[in-house]
Write a protein that binds this ligand. Structure first.
Ligand code: 13P
Length: 272
């Protein structure tokens, strides 16, 4: 089926009180695994890759693989650029046909973050792609680089909404990668964001408890990013000297991990 727009998937998730999993992919095995999971669960999903990771797998190759796989899926799949750091990378993702792009300028002062996000909103208009921004800071970079976490200011979230974005990642004590201990999440921030029309996005999903996910979804979290668990599943599976059985093992391992999250997020059976 044609690629889905992330905005439409998140609008439906809001109406149905569930969250859509946004799964990070980096190779054929991970792409096949997450899509197979979504098809088995009849769930809409988002597949994404982050700009800092493209040093390893260039967008010019990974991007077309993602859009091809999404368009062959029997469930709605949106294709998203995660943590876009530069406008040329956002441009390339849009040109490849991504239906959603994130510009993460959360390390900059709010006004500079807003100015850059406005440019991306303009760039995305031609194709109608959805746009995600970040306010506050999710701890640690998506690629494991050092970066502090910072709770989002509620006022800043409402300011960012004025840019015309569709989705907003908020820092609430969450971090990418593996948590040393279950984090204390700032649910109080989410409780004050009920008036936002913009969909809320949770980064740093790997390592949170089932109860934390359920509470986050009750408080309006509509897109939940999972990367580390996908990468680990693919990396740890299939170490034989037969590349074909390794590929199947990695893809099956990614599928199993993804299916668990889809069931937890309440999106199983929501494909139309
Ligand atoms: P994890 O690696 O903690 O699952 O975070 C994923 C993420 O937020 C990607 O942007």
């Amino acid at each position: 089926m044609p690629l889905s727009n992330m905005r439409d998937l998140l609008n439906k998730a809001r109406a149905g009180n569930y969250a859509v999993g946004s799964f990070s992919v980096t190779n054929l095995e991970s792409v096949m695994g997450v899509i197979a999971a979504a098809e088995e669960h009849r769930a809409p999903i988002i597949i994404q890759c982050a700009e800092p990771r493209l040093k390893c797998t260039p967008l010019s190759m990974l991007g077309p693989l993602m859009t091809a796989a999404a368009s062959q899926a029997s469930v709605p799949v949106a294709v998203h650029l995660d943590h876009g750091a530069t406008l040329p990378c956002v441009r390339e993702a849009l040109d490849i046909g991504f239906t959603s792009v994130m510009l993460d300028a959360s390390a900059l002062p709010l006004e500079e973050n807003i100015a850059l996000v406005r440019r991306v909103v303009e760039m995305a208009k031609a194709s109608g792609a959805a746009v995600e921004a970040e306010v506050g800071r999710v701890g640690r970079g998506e690629d494991g680089s050092d970066s502090p976490e910072e709770a989002a200011s509620v006022a800043d979230c409402f300011r960012m909404e004025e840019t015309g974005i569709d989705a907003l990642a908020v820092g609430i004590g969450n971090a990418h990668g593996l948590y040393a201990a279950t984090p204390e999440l700032r649910y109080d921030i989410l409780e004050q964001l009920g008036g936002l029309k913009t969909h809320l996005v949770l980064h740093g999903g790997t390592g949170l408890t089932d109860e934390q996910f359920r509470r986050l979804i009750r408080l309006g979290m509509r897109k939940i990013n999972i990367a580390t668990d996908i990468f680990r599943a693919a990396a740890l599976a299939g170490h034989s000297d037969n590349i074909f059985s390794n590929i199947t093992a990695a893809s099956d391992a990614v599928k199993a991990v993804t299916k668990r999250y889809i069931a937890l997020f309440g999106s199983a059976g929501k494909a139309e």
